[in-house]
Design a protein around this ligand. Structure first.
Ligand code: ATP
Length: 871
């Protein structure tokens, strides 16, 4: 059941063909059709099956090198070495496989969270439904910023235009009207239709669903709209690149080593070849990119758990480095649960009682508020509904509050709406034309200064003062006005200077308590919070003080911003935290001005016009609940709950992910370098090898799949939100990190050679000395893990030592594996190990402890005096 020729038929004809009415379907009928026709969803693009995904892990130059080495090893009949190399390859493939699965699952879950909703008419009333539940015959309400949720025949439109690039490739918005077009008009010229997935760029519309799911135009061309991008970020790409170059370098060095060992040092080719293979395999950080991706995937999941949906992965890095957050007020810092508390009319001032959206309460003192309440109720798109004993709003909460207020004043007011000018944050008012008992009347509500400007017979100065007094109480102030107007359309020009002022309404919108806490947290983290609102300066300043912004008193308005050129704005912007009466265009200039001060900016937005600012910001954040599809599409991050506290949580998670990436790197590099250099140095010095080739391969295998992955799961360090943001352009391989890697590598080498020569001195066999050296390497890696877990603090706190279940699980695995290869005869035969006597075992652990102490002391010196740091 879908209409393919709706564009050429009249709206009435289409309604009849789909057995539908302008007031929408009944819930029962919609459910019946949904059952028969299936959900309004496009089929998922088929992902690769598990077998192909697993095989794809082997398609990598490094793996080819390892497989080549395994083949040569086999021809030399070194079966054990070959087995270990194959095990390394398999382990790596398994890690890659699991990591990809995890990442894909994380992304798929997020896609579910971004599922759009649609405003429809069901049972004659406005209802918000899941986009997947739409059926042909449903009537959908759309406004600027919405995405058409299905193919729609336009029934009514006002100033409507849509951007259809995904279907037609044309990026200039197309004007849309309900007039039928020629039956053979091409897709782009069917102006009476809105196509599923295209974006309403301006105006409002009422549309009849004519096709859903696969029968829509977008469904037929099979274009799936990817909700989230693929799994890489600049840092991972940078590391991937680094790892490749490093691997090439390692291969070149290995080749030289082979030549040197065989031709200069005259070692047996088979033996030297195995040693070089061991060195190369140990040195190549083959698992690093995979572990970094796991770290990111875990970060994505952690953020999603806290209601922050990452749309573009680089946002994880960006959000952790922001130094300024520019946020909306209404609904983000405040609850967006409004209630009318005060009213002022030419007759006097009134207080309104009652809670929530219940239409129960009293206005004191008594007075004639009939015209004011009629305007509040009619110039209104919201509906109130009693659900499980609680009154809730369908639509804008502020309009819901106006409806509740009107109901407190007088019983239901009915009049037929003929025309409307929708609210737009640029002109800051909304008007409707209705036909009722008193004839045709335009009723209007909007920002006081805007409405007063349309009402010539009113004392502007006095009313402005009264509006400001209300705003200073933290109330959101609206002015209402009306005038009689014959004729079928609102004449916008006649509104200016032709309206009769009715009065002011003040609404309470309490701050979110969790936003207050989150702002304090951001301030401690060196992140400055700025409020950018369309609201009145007085209201903005009052709320800013309530929620604890740094400088709530100084307010810059949109008009102030317009007076400044870019350079002057850049000079002033840093010290101002409250921007009021702004339009979306100002947001773009503010982002640019802040960025020109070297700040890294997160910017929130919800409307279609916010999209450019969201794109320009270092981290664009869109509202998941009240945000338009346009804003969500432009954003890097979507807040599922529209809550400021979620941004602060995302900053914390972003910092944690970045820390963990650095931890993964700073554990992996010295491990690889230490393992391989021990052998290289011995070769070059012509000494006996402290660890054999197969032992190196073994260590590389066992530690890479355990210790190497553990750091990806690290929770936030306690000081994650107590230090200033990192510089956005700070390189991952900072001087500090390089120093750490070098320092730890040197200690590794010293410790391994120390233990090895100690063993030889005590008269132990070469095999036992090698077993001890191998165990020393592993013990050092375990201790290094504990040092690195707390990169920014001390590792000697109870919390640090207690660690996480993941850490203990991997340490237990490694310890068990080492005991097995050291003491179990079959494994001793394979790896050429000997049982280590208890006393020597204690020496090894003692060396590890000494290493821990040295590195920890070095860290404390580098971090600064212990005593001045908060624990
Ligand atoms: P924020 O940017 O923090 O969400 P806001 O919601 O107050 O702020 P806008 O939605 O741009 O910003 O509203 C700006 C002003 O326009 C409001 O202060 C109010 O005076 C007026 N206004 C808002 N919504 C409506 C509406 N539906 N009808 C008429 N006027 C409105």
């Amino acid at each position: 059941m879908h209409l393919t020729d709706a564009h050429s038929r009249t709206p009435e004809d289409c309604l009849a063909a789909l057995d539908a009415a302008p007031s929408g379907l009944t819930s029962a009928e919609a459910a019946r059709r949904l059952d028969a026709l299936g959900p309004n969803r496009l089929p998922e693009t088929r992902t690769r099956g598990p077998a192909r995904r697993f095989l794809a892990q082997f398609d990598n130059v490094l793996i080819y090198v390892l497989l080549g080495a395994a083949a040569v090893t086999a021809t030399l009949q070194h079966w054990v070495d070959m087995g270990v190399i194959i095990a390394v390859v398999l382990a790596n493939a398994v890690i890659g496989f699991v990591q990809e699965g995890k990442a894909e699952a994380a992304m798929a879950a997020i896609r579910g969270m971004l599922a759009p909703r649609a405003a429809t008419l069901r049972d004659g009333a406005r209802a918000s439904v899941d986009g997947a539940d739409l059926v042909p015959g449903d009537v959908v309400l759309l406004e600027a910023g919405d995405k058409a949720p299905a193919d729609l025949r336009i029934l009514e439109a006002r100033g409507l235009a849509a951007q259809e690039a995904i279907l037609t490739g044309e990026s200039v918005p197309v004007d849309k009207t309900p007039e039928p077009v020629a039956a053979d008009a091409p897709l782009g010229d069917r102006r009476s239709m809105l196509w599923s997935g295209t974006l309403v760029t301006q105006g409002t519309a009422r549309g009849l669903v004519t096709a859903t799911g696969e029968t829509t135009e977008i469904g037929r061309i099979g274009g799936l709209l990817a909700g989230v991008e693929t799994l890489s970020t600049p840092l991972v790409a940078q590391m991937d690149h680094f790892a490749r170059w490093l691997s090439l370098l390692i291969l070149a060095v290995s080749a030289l080593l082979l030549i040197y060992g065989h031709f200069v040092d005259h070692r047996d080719f088979g033996e030297i070849f195995m040693v070089v293979v061991g060195v190369a395999v140990a040195a190549i950080p083959e698992g690093l990119p995979a572990v970094m991706t796991i770290t990111l995937a875990i970060g994505v999941q952690a953020m999603a758990r806290r209601n922050a949906i990452v749309r573009r992965l680089p946002a994880i890095e960006a959000i952790g480095s922001v130094s300024v957050i520019c946020t909306d007020k209404t609904g983000t810092l405040t609850r967006n649960e409004m209630v009318v508390a005060a009213v002022e009319t030419p007759e006097g001032a009134f207080e309104v009682s009652g809670e929530g959206y219940a239409p129960e309460g009293a206005v004191t003192p008594a007075g004639d508020l009939a015209r004011l309440s009629a305007a509040a109720a009619l110039c209104n798109d919201a509906a109130l509904r009693l659900r499980d004993g609680v009154w809730t709003v369908e639509g804008d909460p502020m309009e819901g509050a106006l409806r509740a207020f009107a109901a407190k004043v007088s019983p239901e007011i009915t009049a037929r709406r003929i025309d409307a000018v929708p609210f737009d944050s640029r002109h800051r008012f909304m008007a409707v034309l209705t036909d009722g008992e008193e004839g045709r009347v335009v009723r209007l509500k909007g920002a006081p200064e805007r409405v007063l400007g349309m009402c010539p017979d009113t004392d502007h100065a006095a009313w402005t003062a009264r509006a400001e007094a209300m705003a200073r109480r933290g109330l959101r102030v609206l002015a209402l006005a009306e005038r009689a107007q014959p004729g079928p359309r609102i004449d916008e020009a006649a509104l200016e200077g032709g309206m009769v002022f009715l009065g002011l309404v003040g609404l309470i919108d309490p701050p979110r308590p969790e936003a207050v806490a989150a702002i304090a947290e951001c301030r401690a983290a060196g992140v400055r919070v700025k409020m950018i609102t369309g609201d009145h300066a007085g209201t903005a300043a009052a709320i800013a003080a309530q929620i604890g912004l740094e400088n709530p008193a100084r307010v810059m308005t949109g008009a102030d911003i317009d007076r400044l050129d870019d350079a002057a704005l850049a000079l002033q912007v840093a010290g101002v935290d409250v921007f009021a009466r702004t339009s979306p265009e100002h947001k773009l200039r503010l982002v640019a001005a802040l960025q020109s001060n070297g700040l890294s900016v997160a910017m929130t937005g919800d409307g279609v016009n916010d999209a450019p600012a969201l794109k320009r910001a270092d981290a664009g954040v869109a509202m998941g609940l009240k945000g338009s599809e346009a804003a969500k599409e432009a954003a890097d991050l979507v807040l599922a709950d529209d809550n400021f506290a979620t941004i602060a949580a995302a900053v914390r998670e972003g910092r944690t992910v970045y820390d963990n990436l650095r931890k993964v790197i700073s554990w992996t590099l010295p491990t690889n370098a230490g393992e391989s250099l021990v052998v290289v140095l011995a070769l070059l010095a012509g000494l006996a090898l402290p660890v054999t080739a197969v032992q190196i391969l073994w260590i590389n295998l066992i530690t890479a799949v355990t210790l190497g992955v553990a750091l990806a799961f690290e929770p936030s360090e306690p000081d994650a939100m107590a230090r200033p943001p990192r510089r956005r352009d700070a390189p991952l391989l900072s001087a500090e990190l390089v120093w750490r890697v070098a320092f730890v590598t040197a200690l590794f080498i010293a410790a391994v050679f120390g233990v090895f020569s100690h063993a030889i001195d005590r008269g132990h066999s070469l095999a036992l000395a090698q077993t001890m050296a191998m165990n020393t390497l592993v013990v050092l890696e375990v201790f290094n893990l504990f040092v690195i877990r707390n990169m920014h603090g001390t590792s000697l706190t109870w919390r640090a030592l207690r660690a996480t279940p993941v850490v203990w699980a991997v340490v237990a695995t490694v310890v068990a594996a080492q005991f097995a290869v050291t003491y179990l005869p079959p494994l001793q035969a394979l790896l050429g190990t000997r049982p280590v006597p208890l006393a020597d075992g204690l020496v090894i652990v003692g060396v590890g402890a000494a290493f821990f102490a040295i590195v920890e002391i070095e860290k404390q010196i580098r971090l600064g005096p212990l005593l001045t740091r908060p624990s």
